[in-house]
Design a protein around this ligand. Sequence first.
Ligand SMILES: Cc1cc2nc3c(=O)[nH]c(=O)nc-3n(C[C@H](O)[C@H](O)[C@H](O)COP(=O)(O)OP(=O)(O)OC[C@H]3O[C@@H](n4cnc5c(N)ncnc54)[C@H](O)[C@@H]3O)c2cc1C
Length: 416
Amino acid sequence: MSEPADIVIVGAGIMGLSIAHQISRRHDSSIVLLDKALNVGEGSTGASCAILRQRYTHPESVTVARDGLKAHRNWSAYTGLAEPRAEFHHTGVLWMMGEDRPGLTPVYEMLTGLGVGVEIIDGAAVKQRFPALSTCNTPFDLTGEVEHVCDQHDAFLFETESGFIDPVSTCQDLLQAVRGKGVDVRFSAEVTAIRTSGGAVTGVDLGDGSVIDAPVVVNASGPWASRLAATAGFDYAPWTIHPIRAQVIYREWPRDEVPGPLPIVGDAAGGIYFRPEASGQQILVGSILEADEQEVVADPDVFNGNIDAGYRDLKIHALHHRIPSLPYRGKIEGIAGMYTMNVEDVHSVLGKTELDGFIVANGFSGHGFKESPAVGSMIARLLTGVEPDEWDTDAPIEFFSIDREPIQVAQKAVLA
Ligand SMILES: Cc1cc2nc3c(=O)[nH]c(=O)nc-3n(C[C@H](O)[C@H](O)[C@H](O)COP(=O)(O)OP(=O)(O)OC[C@H]3O[C@@H](n4cnc5c(N)ncnc54)[C@H](O)[C@@H]3O)c2cc1C
């Protein structure tokens, strides 16, 4: 049994949903969106911290993050839903990276030149806005051999408009939006193979034995990307696109005992990032260290979804250093999810490939959530040719092309 479609999208995580949304809101292609899971958010997206920050090394990445933030900040207008489930939480992002003012000035100028709201603030301003935060930027020794003496650092970058959103309710909203536009979304629908003929895709085989014929197949299967592509005989080489395990701690946050609000923080002294969790009375803590992004997951269907005790202890230690008033009690939980790393330059590969009709949106390496509206925009414009509007990005998809040279990055980790 086979049925036709214009576009098949494999994966209903934040990428597949965003691509479907950006196509369906501008064009009446027949789209089938397939996911092998029972519902949205069962891949990387469900584990995401969904931090929407804009600081990146390259202007193109900043642009993608900026335009993603705009969609998330205006979620009802962007999705067309009168009462969306997801709510943007405006906290700002404070970069406590041990940089001085001369070092921050070019970053400030690049970001403001791209329309990103950003300030360089001193330690007194940090204390005034976020009294719970220590302004120390001395990395602490964990061998027990060097006594840590806190310094008082005096230059920090603050993103004024950034924040976070709930990843799963964001997906649920997009699911509603795309179904409202006629996208055929199916769960428990595993693509077992991408069909090809004469150097072009022709459709997909599903686990139930059915076939969908389509001239375009979009690979939005996250950590399963390389495995799925291989069914079409497609190899990402010279890129290495594979899943790695990424852990996040959920630390109880007694708001009444910690003075003032908390922003999202990037903390070089402790090697962590963290953010408040609005509904859960928790602080989410993750790593910014390249060393913590090395555990390759051999099989994304079977991996350790718990946190390691050693990782937990180090990161909680770092959190207490940054928030000295945080009580030494309270529940600590955590999960591990998967980043889909592009090992060569930790940026995604987007767009057309040498296999005609095979479109990739993979390798987001720990920053895909914030980029998803703009990624959807770039793919949708590529496939439909429809002129951009206020919810599109002007970032060039060529920057992320699979045919590019590796992008130069300061460190091959989530901060990129
Ligand atoms: C712990 C953690 C924290 C993160 N924090 C942030 C953050 O703060 N900010 C940020 O911007 N990004 C963050 N990220 C990264 C971001 O979450 C990911 O880049 C993004 O969610 C990737 O989405 P995706 O749709 O590509 O993949 P996924 O969400 O994994 O979706 C892929 C989908 O494809 C489906 N699938 C796979 N194979 C098949 C098949 N053969 N047939 C049918 N369906 C299939 C899967 O079931 C899955 O639902 C984080 C990620 C993790 C793991």
